[in-house]
Design a protein around this ligand. Structure first.
Ligand code: NAD
Length: 319
């Protein structure tokens, strides 16, 4: 439908329809403006609640839609549905107003931080519900349309707290790491339909970080520095999928899994003991490359086969 091959190295989104959840402020607003500037039609979704997820207000999304129309004379529509309540309605807003959905940015989020011992089950569940289940619901509602048209680009917003953990954020970390697993499977299932799925792990100035990041660092964390990668990953010319990117303050990088060189134990069941593990612990956790026992960067389940094959290839005297 669209002919957005790059011209003069410019990435146009003309004819593309983008849904951005939580686009009434912070990072989502910046993405919405950038997509609109590049010709996309944008569904600006935002429930308009507090950082903790309380309340709702149509103003946040409305202001961004007005901004888009004033600055770029571009088409955008506001949607105030919660990703937890009516994800189908958000996709329907794209279909009703623009006839299709090409790109989803799962960005809506809340925080309910507290140490694990003080975190009640409602604080845990509601954060997982917005970040993880919300992204699932919206993606599930849009997926058949993307599959049918043979095009889709999906960004899931993860967090350093998800990858590495962070004190007081057990709920948020679980939700964000859940998004990594969701993305990795959807990247595989969507591949043959030209649906590409990636995770971003941003750090940026917003109401989420303004009270926890020291001001001198905050100054460097303009959300505008996150948007370029989102544009790149969602453009029709981009084939990148199944990947995680960490970015902040103008630094862009990729994260991947690494399996240690590891240790193969004698197949005799007698040798599978806790003491054998103790004796070889440093080898099990060895990340140094060795000529015949390299670390690996697995990207799919079948990469496990290489491990099993390696164990089988060992000459009997080394087993
Ligand atoms: P933000 O609070 O400005 O933006 C989140 C938006 O989501 C808000 O506008 C909020 O109203 C909306 N929202 C919340 N619940 C919703 C729901 N149920 N349905 C629809 N909209 C809802 O914060 P931000 O920093 O711009 O965060 C954007 C995303 O980036 C979040 O997923 C956040 O977890 C993630 N993230 C941010 C940082 C950072 O440094 N700012 C770091 C890592 C991850």
């Amino acid at each position: 439908m669209s002919d957005n091959k790059m011209t003069d190295n410019k990435m146009s989104f003309k004819g593309r329809v983008v849904i951005i959840t939580g686009a009434g402020g912070g990072l989502g607003r910046i993405y919405a403006l950038e997509f609109a500037k590049r010709g996309a039609k944008v569904v600006v979704n935002d429930l308009g609640g507090s950082l903790g997820g309380e309340g709702q207000n149509s103003r946040a999304a409305d202001v961004v839609v007005s901004e888009i129309s004033e600055k770029f004379k571009a088409e955008a529509v506001a949607n105030y549905d919660s990703v937890t309540e009516n994800a189908q309605g958000i996709v329907q807003a794209a279909l009703n107003n623009f006839g299709r959905v090409d790109i989803i940015i799962n960005n809506a989020g809340i925080l309910k931080d507290s140490s694990f011992v003080k975190m009640n089950s409602s604080a845990f569940a509601s954060v997982v519900d917005v970040h993880l289940n919300g992204a699932y619901r919206l993606t599930r509602a849009a997926w058949p349309h993307m599959k049918e048209q043979g095009f889709g680009r999906i960004i899931n917003t993860c967090s350093p707290a998800g990858l590495y953990g962070n004190f007081g954020q057990a709920n948020y970390s679980a939700a964000k790491m859940g998004l990594v697993g969701l993305s990795e499977t959807l990247a595989k299932e969507g591949y043959k339909y030209n649906i590409r799925v990636n995770c971003i792990v941003p750090l940026a100035r917003s109401r989420m970080t303004e009270k926890v990041v020291p001001p001198p660092i905050l100054k460097q964390l303009a959300p505008e520095k996150i948007a370029p990668l989102v544009m790149y990953l969602t453009h029709e010319s981009t084939e990148v999928t199944n990947s995680i990117f960490e970015l902040a303050a103008g630094f862009y990088s990729q994260i991947r899994w690494e399996r240690s060189s590891g240790q193969i134990f004698n197949p005799d069941p007698e040798s599978f003991t806790a003491e054998a593990i103790l004796n070889k612990w440093s080898s099990i956790c060895d990340y140094k490359d060795k000529p015949f026992n390299n670390t690996q960067h697995p990207t799919q389940l079948s990469d496990y086969n290489a491990l099993i094959a390696k164990a089988r290839r060992l000459p009997p005297n080394e087993q």
